[in-house]
Design a protein around this ligand. Sequence first.
Ligand code: SF4
Length: 348
Amino acid sequence: MVSIYAEKILRINLKTKKISTEPPRRDWLALYLGGRGLGIRYVYEEVPPGADALGPENKVVIATGPLTGTIAPLSGRFTVVSKSPKTGTINDNYVGGSFGPELKYAGYDAVIIEGASESPVYVYISDGNVEIRDASHLWGMRVREAMEELRKEHGSNARTMVIGPAGERLSLISSVHVDEYFVAARGGIGAVFGSKKLKGVVVKAEERKIEIPNPGRFRETITRLMKESVLTEANLWAKTDGTPIIVDLSNNVGALPHLNFREGYYEYAKFINTDVVKQKFHSRFACHSCPLACKRKIKTRRGVIKAPEYETIGMMGSNLGFKDMDDLAYAAEVADNLGLDTISLGNL
Ligand code: SF4
């Protein structure tokens, strides 16, 4: 039977260095459509309730869904799940880019990382070859530098996931960065990586292809869905503006954070809203197979920088009183590069 799943879960123990594969639980695949349910269920079943989130009993599950890697629109996103050191509960992060599809192309529906290494390591995954490699030369590096180094080692088409110094130092507001500009930001997931001495994961597939059971019918369905449910007028804001469009909407109803939520209206919002992003527009980019391409880079006094998303504009921008988009974008870039969650950082 041809399946849209890779039918393989990769399990990596950083303490014993054991690497193994197993079939995914079919009943769970049927029960949970997508990486979110699968990742959460694995963490729920395998991490004991009293486990220290920064201890070796915690696990990181990187999970994809059945459509990951196909031409289905918006299907490039994937999940990173673990127990959160910040909340003590299960923490699920959703990330874009192309890392998830690459993992599927390399032959895995999900990766479960368990145990903790004694020295810094990163995991390298390619078709049929998985290695736990020394990362002492990467430890201490900021996000962009570490990604660049990994791409030098594995080629510019390798997909990378790394933590910065914040995760290494177990900051509870540290994040995990993917493919340059995509972030698993919440719940201190960077610290979970850091506690395992895991600098990151690299994945590189030989062939970027997924076998679809009935390709003709699949393509027809996708074309129809694209027209009826994705490229609709209601969704066009993502294409024309991206999430910065929410700044004015929130401000107009008194819900834009300002001064740690003491106020919901920010008089200088016009300096950090979607109109400013449009004036400074440099280019757009997208997650795998997304026709909306909601991400933007902007031209600033300090060069071309990723435009902050609404959440960053709200929590670091209006909340902290930024009145200049260039300064805000740069501050967010510095935080990203250290591996800090910009939402939590603005809310300290
Ligand atoms: S580019 Fe934007 S709209 Fe498209 S999948 Fe990524 S986050 Fe979603």
